[in-house]
Design a protein around this ligand. Structure first.
Ligand SMILES: CC(C)(COP(=O)(O)OP(=O)(O)OC[C@H]1O[C@@H](n2cnc3c(N)ncnc32)[C@H](O)[C@@H]1OP(=O)(O)O)[C@@H](O)C(=O)NCCC(=O)NCCS
Length: 160
C-alpha cells in the first residue's frame, strides 16, 4: 500500500471528517478539526493517491506532546499508516526538544493499545470515566531518549 504523510491543509478537511466519522461512534465535531488546523503544529494526514486515509493530531503541553486523536479509515488499517502518522509527530516533538508524549486509549481499544505499545508507549495510569460513565481510559506515556523517567501515577495523581 503506497501512502504518504503530509502536513494537514484546509482543502483536506472533508477527508479528515470522513476518516473521523468512519472511525468513531462519537466523532469530534467538524469545527474541532477546523480549529485544530489553525492552532496545532502537529497535524498530519496520510494520503493514498489524493484521498485522506488517516490523520493524527497533537498539541504541545509544556515539554510534552499530547496526542489528541488518531484514526485510519477501516479499509486502510493494518498497513502501517497509524504507526507512520504517530512516528512523524513523535519525530517532530523530539526535533524541537520535547521530553516525551502522552495519550489516552479506552480500556477495550485493543488496536490502539497495541499500536501505542509497538511504538514504545507504556501504561502509566487510569482515568476513570474519561470517555463517559463506566468508560475508563488508560494513560500511556513515552519518554524520549535521554529524558528522565517519571513514576507511574494513580487516577488521583497528575500524570505529568
Ligand atoms: C488504532 C488505529 C489508528 C491503528 O491504525 P493502523 O493504521 O491500523 O495501525 P498500523 O497498521 O500502523 O499498526 C501498527 C501496529 O499496531 C498494532 N495494531 C494495530 N492494529 C491492531 C489490531 N487491530 N490488533 C492488534 N494489533 C494492532 C500492531 O502491532 C501493528 O503492527 P503489525 O500490523 O505489523 O502487527 C486504527 O485501528 C483506528 O483508526 N482505530 C479507530 C480509531 C481509534 O480507535 N483511534 C485511537 C483512539 S485512542
Amino acid at each position: 500500500m503506497l501512502f504518504r504523510i503530509e502536513r494537514m491543509r484546509r482543502d483536506l478537511l472533508p477527508g479528515v471528517w470522513r476518516v473521523e466519522e468512519g472511525s468513531f461512534a462519537e466523532p469530534y465535531p467538524r469545527w474541532y478539526f477546523r480549529a485544530l488546523l489553525e492552532v496545532s503544529d502537529f497535524f498530519y494526514v496520510a494520503l493514498v493517491e489524493e484521498g485522506v486515509a488517516g490523520y493524527a493530531v497533537a498539541s504541545r503541553e509544556g515539554d510534552l506532546l499530547r496526542i489528541l486523536s488518531i484514526a485510519v479509515l477501516p479499509p486502510f488499517r493494518r498497513k502501517g499508516i497509524g504507526g507512520a502518522l504517530l512516528s512523524r509527530i513523535l519525530d517532530e516533538g523530539k526535533a524541537i526538544g520535547l521530553k516525551g508524549a502522552i495519550l489516552e486509549a479506552e480500556v477495550g481499544n485493543e488496536a490502539a493499545k497495541a499500536l501505542y505499545r509497538s511504538l514504545g508507549f507504556a501504561e502509566c495510569g487510569v482515568r476513570a470515566g474519561y470517555y463517559g460513565s463506566g468508560r475508563d481510559a488508560i494513560v500511556f506515556r513515552l519518554n524520549f531518549q535521554g529524558a528522565p523517567d517519571k513514576k507511574p501515577f494513580t487516577s488521583s495523581m497528575d500524570p505529568y
